[in-house]
Design a binder for this molecule. Structure first.
Ligand code: TYD
Length: 200
């Protein structure tokens, strides 16, 4: 029974996380690794509740949201992340704990408290931040298929990006320029992840 690795992709809505996370998991599988894609919010019960809540209330209740995101993460970890890690998978997660730190932190909550209510979450082996300016992220998001859903004001997006960039410095994230073309970005991310996997 191998010990897997947890690789997390973080960034603003519209930063290209989902595309890159899916490409990464696929490229790892093509190279013979056991790898899977997973995401937060999940599609379990709390995840569904969250989607409803976030789209309706638009972040007017940060404590309630932080607790729901933590509950959803608890289920994600228990049902998906830990079992896969135990079976030796490289788990590629599209958002994880640092989404709560960035978004609920940007809503005014203490990062310490958010960390405390997420004490159960295994530490990622790598955190990949796809950095894009808030204006670009919002532009991409609004061009998307689901108008209205997950819409954030520009000033909130700017705050979220600021928290991400601060954490990236303090915690040694792998930060990438999300404005690069998809293929080029994918090759850069894959290169760094392969380095990490070969080291261990
Ligand atoms: P998103 O990645 O957009 O999911 P999807 O595209 O599948 O609907 O995430 C939904 C929103 O939830 C997004 O604006 C970020 C936010 N979020 C938090 O505020 N805290 C968290 O802990 C997580 C995981 C997400």
């Amino acid at each position: 029974m191998g010990k897997g690795k947890l690789i997390v992709l973080e960034g603003l809505d519209g930063s290209g996380k989902t595309t890159q996370a899916l490409l990464l998991a696929e490229a790892l599988r093509a190279r013979g690794f056991k790898a899977c894609y997973t995401c937060e919010p999940t599609y379990w019960r709390v995840g569904d509740l969250l989607r409803l809540h976030v789209s309706r209330l638009k972040r007017r209740s940060p404590v309630y949201e932080a607790l729901l995101f933590a509950a959803d993460r608890y289920e994600h970890v228990a049902r998906e992340v830990r079992p896969k890690l135990r079976r030796g998978y490289v788990v590629v997660s599209d958002r994880y704990l640092h989404s709560s730190l960035a978004y609920q932190g940007a809503s005014g909550l203490s990062l310490q408290w958010i960390k405390r209510i997420n004490f159960f979450a295994p530490k990622p082996d790598a955190i990949i931040l796809l950095d894009v300016p808030a204006e670009e992220a919002l532009k991409r998001k609004l061009k998307g298929k689901r108008p209205g859903k997950g819409f954030e004001s520009l000033s909130f997006q700017r705050k979220v990006r600021k928290v991400y960039l601060k954490m990236a410095e303090e915690e040694d994230f792998l930060t990438f320029n999300g404005l690069k073309p998809v293929g080029e970005l994918h090759r850069e991310i894959l290169g760094e992840v392969l380095k990490l996997l070969r080291k261990h």
